[in-house]
Design a protein around this ligand. Structure first.
Ligand code: ZN
Ligand code: ZN
Length: 354
């Protein structure tokens, strides 16, 4: 499938490498999936284009053979499948690294090293009370996960012993692999197996992690849940996932489940509850004891209040940022079902009719 990479990046065929780089950075910023203007499909397309025309060697090949020259060699974009964009999101302006990241992923033979390993993400479920969701809460989360080995600080060597250069790769951590294609032989870099891409091999392996640089254990984290979260929201704690030797740890995803509270319901930042009053109170007015998430409170019922009336109390709702929503009491007028003989007589005397 022929693709016009210049068109994707919005540049001329004669554009300089610098112009292409600038166009890529501008578009990558605009369409990055973490941004409000983000568009993942578009972002991938831009990256695919930049992988080729952003590199003068590959660009020359592309100019001669078109995008077909890159299909099956990673240029077709199939390497993106399960890629997690979060790895470099949120750092702000970190796009300089982006080319390297994708370059490594595609396995193109450039002047780049292998992609840095990244630990796995972890997902956990956490239950919150209704009150937690209104005010926010700090939650303790227990995990069994890999962490950087404390004994060797992740290096994998027994403290006090040396690290030797890997003889297989000459300490580079990568090996050149030749790949034969119809267009000739491509050279790509792959991590060295002997040293797992580290370039160095411990003289004596760390006794705590056996050279892995990470140890599995139980860990308790305190995670701050901000106020105003909703059921099903997922919090990301960057770097709190599985640790990995020589790379960045994965992220921790915390899925929030808010327990039902029979007293309260919620819509956005407004909390609703039913305020059940007797019909004498509805007719004559009253002050009624009830509760909000802040505790007991008194609500004034005006004389002649109808069922379904909404009484709004400002600033007793959900905390969202610096703002606090309202609490709305929906009045329900209870019609008496069990009357004493005297009550019945009085009501009959009243003979209330519309
Ligand atoms: Zn260790
Ligand atoms: Zn090696």
């Amino acid at each position: 499938m022929a693709k016009d990479y210049y068109n994707v990046l919005g540049v001329n065929k004669s554009a300089s490498q610098d112009e292409i780089k600038a166009a890529f950075r501008r578009l990558a910023h605009q369409y990055h999936p973490d941004k409000p203007t983000g568009n993942e499909a578009k972002f991938k397309e831009i990256n695919e284009a930049y992988q080729v025309v952003g590199d003068s060697e590959k660009r020359a090949k592309y100019d001669r053979f078109g995008s077909a020259a890159f299909d099956g060699n990673g240029g077709g974009g199939q390497g993106f499948g399960g890629f997690d964009f979060s790895g470099f999101g949120g750092q702000g302006g970190g796009f300089e690294d982006l080319g390297d990241l994708f370059g490594g992923m595609f396995g193109f033979g450039g002047g780049r090293g292998p992609r840095e390993p990244r630990g796995s993400d972890i997902q956990v479920d956490v239950e919150l009370t209704f009150r937690d969701s209104v005010f926010g809460a700090d939650k303790e989360i227990s995990l069994s996960k890999f962490d950087t080995c404390e004994r060797c600080d992740g290096v994998g060597a027994e403290p006090g012993t040396k690290l030797n250069n890997c003889s297989d790769c000459g300490g580079k951590g990568v090996k050149i692999v030749s790949q034969r294609t119809v267009l000739g032989t491509f050279q790509t870099k792959a991590p060295c197996h002997a040293c797992e891409g580290e370039g160095k091999i411990p003289e004596k392996r760390c006794t705590a992690c056996h050279g892995d640089g990470v140890t599995r254990g139980k860990k308790t984290l305190s995670v701050h849940v901000p106020s105003g979260v909703e059921n099903g929201n997922v919090l990301r704690v960057r770097g709190a996932g599985e640790a990995v030797r020589g790379g960045k740890p994965g992220d921790l995803f915390v899925r929030l489940h808010i327990k039902n509270d029979t007293r309260f319901a919620r819509e956005g930042s407004t909390i609703y509850s039913t305020l059940r009053i007797g019909f004498t109170q509805a007719a004559l007015g009253a002050s009624v004891e009830t509760e909000t998430v802040d505790g007991p409170t008194t609500v004034i019922i005006e004389a002649g209040t109808q069922g379904g009336t909404e009484i709004r109390v400002r600033g007793k709702g959900v905390v969202t940022g610096t703002h606090r929503g309202d609490h709305v009491f929906v009045v329900e007028v209870a019609t008496p079902t069990k009357l004493s003989r005297e009550q019945r007589k009085l009501l009959e005397e009243l003979d209330l009719k519309e």
